[in-house]
Design a protein around this ligand. Structure first.
Ligand code: UDP
Length: 317
């Protein structure tokens, strides 16, 4: 039975990865310091092949016994979170990636880095291909996340080239689904509770900026295919279906059947104007492409928010 360590395993993506690996027959160690992750995301997992360790991966990681795969997902990931935790964000991308790579080297494990479309910054090429180097402001508020992930990619390639570690890098584009935190400040988990309460949806700027949203199940499938591939350069994973944020707000209103109006708030500093993955590489290499369309994905996500609203008392926590 393969044995895997998932850092950030109690987070949105990490918890979905843990469950996917369990289904594939892995033994899974979930490591998280719970700074943005939550036990609520994993408390329903009751199999003995699953273990949770509370640990900050910027500190030395000690795990007993063999490890076959290290998947490094630990990091604040929403602009609101990394603006509130700028130094922790830089530390987990730099020191945390170093510790996770060190563990993979020691255990002769395959390593996968969760990188991000933010490495492309406010892109001057559209859609973004893996060979585009990006347009990142290192000293802007988003720089703490963008540069941490760029450093993490560089460190991962150095461990691959210099130490021969079997590494993979996934550049994750906007992803949504159950277990996003309603207060993490991102568009979809902000809009859904607003729509469910018939409150105004807060669109930033004039809403003409674009994003391309991928349903979490599609993304996780792609990540697993990359993990077991033999490719070492970065690979984009995301849904190329691009839309404006205003269109997304209108879609949330439609699918929830809400009476909410849309109101406009100031655009955050360095908010990218456009973003869309070119997934030709993933298609060719992994025979992968997203399958869940936006309406289906939103319906599943909204159902989860509604259920959470009744069981946890509020959709807002
Ligand atoms: N956004 C918005 N209203 C909100 C939250 C976000 O209009 O309540 C906008 C945000 O400015 C950005 C887009 O939605 O242009 C996507 O933001 P998100 O935080 O989801 O992801 P990211 O900016 O990291 O792609």
């Amino acid at each position: 039975m393969p044995r895997s360590l998932v850092t950030g395993g109690a987070g949105f993506l990490g918890s979905h990865i843990c469950e996917y690996l369990l289904k594939k027959g892995h033994e899974v160690i979930c490591m998280d310091n719970l700074s943005t992750g939550s036990i609520a995301n994993i408390e329903h997992v009751h199999v003995e092949q699953f273990k949770f360790i509370k640990h900050d991966v910027t500190e030395y990681i000690y795990v007993d016994g063999p490890i076959d795969y290290v998947l490094h997902f630990a990091s604040p990931a929403s602009p609101k979170d990394y603006l509130q935790m700028p130094i922790q964000t830089l530390k987990v991308g730099a020191l945390g990636t170093h510790k996770a790579l060190g563990l993979a080297k020691e255990k002769k494990a395959t390593f996968l880095l969760a990188s991000t479309s933010e490495v492309y910054g406010d892109p001057l090429e559209h859609p973004q291909r893996e060979d585009y180097w990006g347009n990142v402001n290192p000293v802007g508020p988003r720089g703490v996340y963008d540069e941490a992930k760029r450093f993490a990619e560089a460190l991962t390639m150095a461990y691959h080239r210099y130490h021969g570690v079997n590494t993979k890098i996934v550049r994750i584009f906007n992803t949504y689904g159950p277990r996003m935190r309603p207060k993490d400040g991102r568009a979809i988990p902000t809009f859904i509770p607003q729509a469910l309460r018939d409150e105004p949806l807060t669109v930033f700027g004039d809403g003409s900026q674009t994003r391309s949203f991928c349903y979490v199940d599609d993304l996780i499938e792609g990540i697993y295919r990359l993990l077991v591939s033999d490719y070492h350069e970065p690979v984009n994973l995301g849904n190329p279906h691009e839309m404006t944020i205003k269109e997304m707000a209108e879609m949330v209103i439609k699918v929830t059947g809400s009476k909410s109006p849309i109101i406009y708030k100031p655009l955050p500093v360095d908010d990218p104007q456009i973003r869309q993955p070119d997934i030709s590489l993933a298609k060719q290499l992994l025979d992968w492409q997203p399958r869940v369309n936006l309406e289906e994905g939103l319906t599943g996500t909204i159902a989860w928010f509604k259920q959470r609203g009744t069981t946890a008392g509020a959709y807002y926590e």
